[in-house]
Design a protein around this ligand. Structure first.
Ligand code: DOR
Ligand code: ZN
Length: 453
């Protein structure tokens, strides 16, 4: 395996400590951080003061394979990931077929390993009938935990009856992540708004209360059974309140349970006003919120109440998205631009770079107890991204490597871009000028992620 020495970088070590120096990569792992000196036959990269970060861990993507691979597959999805400085992804089970049996799990695991340029974790899917499979999936290679859709979204995974949720929470002791929306309130509101055809109605049907009620249910179950629960794509103050109440309750009862949450870039960089320009393109579940909710998410991140950022990368083609409201699928792509968007936010002073590192690298590693990734340290896997914090580029659809070929951030000028990415010591992406760069990984560089607990 190739050895690399990356010289004269500003290295972001744990807790955002910045040190100037070199990093030596030997095989899959980081061999030395600091002053490397003579590195023998190692390939040399001159960082010239650019920043070396641990690769981003995006713990929420929909790479679509097996299933609708005209939107994405492990080849295009992982190319998009590494172009954006993302070195590990955790894929959701609403593929087709859904990842609800051990057989489907091992099929997905094999195809992902063969094709992915980034590391791979997988969520196992819950339905009302697969409890036995759920229990055996715990501890299986690459499995990060269990995903429960509490309300309808894309695909056919749904556990919308309280009794079924109860049975699963009682039996399963692994990490449970929830798509938290209350199905009953959603259906009531669907009927209430019948006849409205503008995409903005999506945000009214799936309102803040719809989300908050489901967070409360998940929190109650976590406390009752002492479970570790992660709330996906939190987007409202009402959910934050429900989350805090659940956290207080969990502390009170002891029992080892805990509840964490993530926020997605689209709830930080877009809001309901964007329907006017983008229409159904920016329809997703949970939906875009008001400007005030969007500000509240930034504030919650700033207060340390949100453990991590994940993209909910959910590609659909422009043709599919062009259908009228009601027929257009929900979801927007995100894995490719989350890091540039956040670096740009830090450049503009909205947050600090250290916070970005915490939310995108260390946070997901901590929440998911990822083994040996998410930080630059001797002995950790060599998942690295070299960042040019001053590079300015315009986002354009034509540069997107996601197979869906578009992004809701097109037209934005962002400052701060990944210029080189390594996964397990393999160079997978290189940008030598201000252009779109080149994906040099051919697939198979990724490994199955490992999770403690
Ligand atoms: O907007 C969404 N799209 N939300 C989900 O829950 C699923 C996702 C998808 O898979 O397209
Ligand atoms: Zn999702």
């Amino acid at each position: 395996m190739t050895r690399w020495v990356i010289r004269d970088a500003v290295i972001f070590e744990e807790d955002g400590r910045r040190v100037e120096g070199d990093v030596l990569v030997d095989g899959e792992r980081i061999a030395k951080v600091g002053d490397v000196g003579n590195a023998g036959d190692a390939q040399e990269v001159r960082a010239e003061g650019r920043w070396l970060w641990p690769g981003v861990i995006d713990a929420h993507v929909h790479f679509r394979e097996p299933g609708p691979t005209h939107k994405e597959d492990w080849d295009s999805g992982s190319a998009a990931a590494v172009s954006g400085g993302v070195t590990s992804v955790i894929d959701m089970p609403n593929t087709s077929p859904a990842t609800t049996t051990l057989e489907r799990l091992s099929e997905k695991r094999e195809v992902a390993r063969a094709k992915a340029r980034c590391n791979v974790g997988l969520y196992f899917g819950a339905n009302p009938h697969n409890l036995e499979a759920i229990l055996t999936s715990q501890g299986e290679a690459a499995v990060a935990g269990l995903k429960i859709f509490m309300a309808d979204s894309t695909g056919d995974l749904l556990v919308d009856r309280y009794e079924d949720l109860e049975r699963i929470f009682e039996a399963y002791s692994g990490r449970i992540c929830v798509h938290a929306e209350d199905p009953q309130r959603m259906r009531e509101r669907e009927a209430m708004f019948e006849g409205r055809e503008d995409p903005g109605v999506h945000s009214e049907i799936r309102d803040a209360e719809t989300a908050a009620r489901a967070v409360a249910v998940a929190g109650e179950l976590a406390a009752r059974f002492g479970r570790r629960v992660h709330v996906l794509h939190l987007s409202t103050r009402a959910e934050l309140l429900a989350l805090k109440e659940a956290q207080a309750r969990l502390e009170e009862v002891g029992g080892g349970g805990r509840i964490t949450c993530e926020v997605c870039p689209h709830h930080l960089f877009l809001d309901a006003r964007d329907y006017e320009f983008w229409g159904t393109r920016v329809q997703m579940n949970p939906p875009l919120r008001t400007e005030a909710e969007r500000d509240a998410m930034w504030e919650a991140l700033g207060r340390g109440e949100v453990a991590m950022i994940a993209t909910d990368h959910a590609p659909h083609t422009p043709e599919e998205k062009a259908h009228p409201y009601g027929q257009a699928p929900s979801g927007v792509p995100g894995v490719e631009l989350s890091l540039p968007l956040m670096l740009d936010a830090a450049f503009r002073g909205v947050c600090s770079y250290e916070e970005v590192l915490g939310w995108m690298c260390e946070g997901p590693a901590r929440v998911h107890q990822v083994v040996d990734r998410g930080r630059i340290a001797e002995g950790a896997f060599a998942d690295l991204v070299l960042i040019d914090p001053h590079m300015m580029r315009r986002v354009e659809d034509k540069d997107q490597r996601s197979r869906c070929g578009w992004t809701p951030y097109a037209g934005r000028d962002l400052t701060g871009w990944p210029v080189r990415t390594w996964v397990n010591g393999n160079e997978v992406f290189r940008r030598l000028d201000e252009g779109a760069g080149e994906v040099v990984g051919t697939g198979g560089e990724g490994m199955w992620m490992m999770f403690e607990g």
